[in-house]
Design a protein around this ligand. Sequence first.
Ligand code: ATP
Length: 214
Amino acid sequence: MQKTSLFLGGTFDPIHYGHLRALEEVREALGMEQATLIPAGDPPHRGSPWAPAEHRLAMARAAASQAPGIEVLAFEVEQSGPSYTIETVHELRRQNPEGFLAMVIGMDAFLRFDTWRDWENILELTHLVVIGRPGWPMAELPEGLRQALYQRRVDELAQLHRTPAGKIAFHTVTALEISASHIRSLLAAGRSARFLLPNAVLDYITEHRLYHEA
Ligand code: ATP
């Protein structure tokens, strides 16, 4: 597998076009060949995902199998215990000590970023690309994050290429108002989720009867 230099982490419960399109647009805007999805094992910041990690990993792989340029890293799922992004970033840095590394996160996640373990260290080790997400305008930022932005923000995504890590860029992607929780509630109600996520993922969900009894 190639070195990871651009990645999106998440529970991907299930993965949908909101995740895929955002990562694709950032990948293209940065002029990169590859981007990586990293499904979380046992996320510390929310309740347990509905689908076990092995299924969420398989769904991410099903989505990536139809998307040249997007690959899946199983690192967090294969770890025992909770996944902390700082550990993932350390692992990615072991594989790629000097090169460019950027993490994509949605605005909703960014607004809580100062609650993540060792968040300031994460910012030393990787760039952050914050993507706009419907319903999450940049509200009042906590003081720590405001300071970090003051020190690290760049105006253009392309400026990230000047250094291997340490900067924060905002990037607007096509707004797709899709969430995994909405997909789960549609499926639990026996309704269609078609065109919100790849068919291969929907087929996997049907085959394994995921989300039908939420
Ligand atoms: P849930 O609805 O269960 O909270 P989710 O759809 O937000 O799930 P996550 O796995 O929590 O999915 O998201 C992973 C990352 O993808 C987060 O940084 C999140 O902000 C981002 N993201 C999720 N959905 C979208 C979307 N529709 N557009 C842009 N970014 C998204």
